[in-house]
Design a protein. Structure first.
Length: 285
């Protein structure tokens, strides 16, 4: 099994800053790679805020928080940021061409022994691995939002991922106090193949006038003990992300059961993307 000490995380958005947070809090040196100084600063501010929340709840001490922040270094250049790390976790938007460009650069500059992982929610791990010269050292490491809270890491094996790499990623996930669950590379893996059709069906319920959004959510919260209803969760994930994932499922399986609800498409077209735009199925301050 490979020894992992230093990790690069590419992208400091919702998922990326959470991933940096958990690696740094569990003792790893982390390189946070962003495209602009202000994006890196915003990610660090979010991490600072979420660590303070943990200090207030007495889950960690002020010293733990300071030590965690000390372990994070920011970079604006991918090649520089990955040059001496053991593991790279990519967490940029779900656009294949963007990820391809990044992994080509990472493959060129990361040490030969480094494992390359993607936090993609649905893009094929095998297809991403194929843009690198090391498909056997490529794997999916899928975290869940909010990353510091959610226990699951879905570990996705591409066609050529080696057993040694899978083992390393399963072990490192445990060191992050997460529970790794293995899956093979199929559209949406397990998580989004099961979750997104539920969210889509909830949207069809609204579209067809079966119930108002708050009532759809109440049914699932009170009847099925979901912490958030499917429409609140869709807003939380981002309606654009939900649509991207449904399109990957629809195109990947060529099965009409994954057809995105027209109301979802309309809301994304209107720029109502959920929490990040302050409005989706619900309104936010
Ligand atoms: N960082 C650190 N701690 C956080 C946090 C963060 N970003 N967000 C919440 N917390 C902590 C809170 O401090 C609180 O701690 P406590 O238990 O010690 O009091 C705990 O988490 C619960 O938070 P809150 O009390 O603020 O709020 P809730 O009880 O309503 O829980 C929630 C919030 C954890 C988000 C809960 O509603 C939930 O589990 N929702 C479902 C989330 C989910 O399904 N996520 C998966 C999305 S799918 C995905 O990510 C995959 C992608 O591919 C689409």
């Amino acid at each position: 099994m490979s020894e992992i000490k230093k990790v690069a995380v590419i992208g400091g958005g919702t998922m990326g800053n959470g991933i940096v947070h958990v690696f740094a809090m569990n003792g790893y040196e982390v390189h946070l790679i962003e495209t602009k100084k202000e994006f890196a600063e915003r990610a660090l501010n979010t991490i600072d805020k979420n660590l303070s929340r943990m200090v207030n709840k007495e889950k960690i001490s002020e010293n733990d928080k300071a030590a965690t922040l000390d372990r994070i270094q920011t970079f604006l250049d991918v090649n520089e940021g990955v040059s001496d790390v053991d593991l790279v976790v990519e967490a940029v938007p779900e656009v294949f061409d963007l990820k391809k460009k990044i992994f080509e650069a990472v493959d060129e500059s990361a040490p030969d022994h480094a494992i390359l992982a993607s936090n993609t929610s649905s893009i094929s791990i095998t297809k991403l691995a194929a843009v690198t010269g090391r498909p056997e050292r490529f794997i999916g490491m899928h975290f869940f939002n909010p990353v510091p809270v959610m226990k699951l890491v879905e570990v996705i094996n591409g066609l050529e991922t080696s057993e040694e790499v899978t083992k390393t990623i399963m072990e490192i996930s445990k060191k992050l106090n997460k529970v790794p669950v293995p899956a093979n590379d199929f559209p949406g893996f397990v998580s989004n193949r099961v979750l997104m059709p539920m969210i889509n069906e909830a949207i069809f319920c609204v579209h067809e006038g079966v119930a108002e959004p708050e009532h759809v959510d109440e049914v699932m919260k009170l009847g099925m003990a979901h912490p958030m209803g499917p429409l609140r969760l869709a807003d939380f994930i981002g309606l654009d992300v939900c649509l991207d994932i449904l399109n990957v499922l629809y195109e990947g399986f060529k099965d009409p059961k994954y057809r995105p609800a027209p109301l979802l498409v309309k809301m994304v077209d209107a720029g109502k993307l959920g929490d990040k735009t302050d409005e989706g199925f619900f309104k936010y301050d």
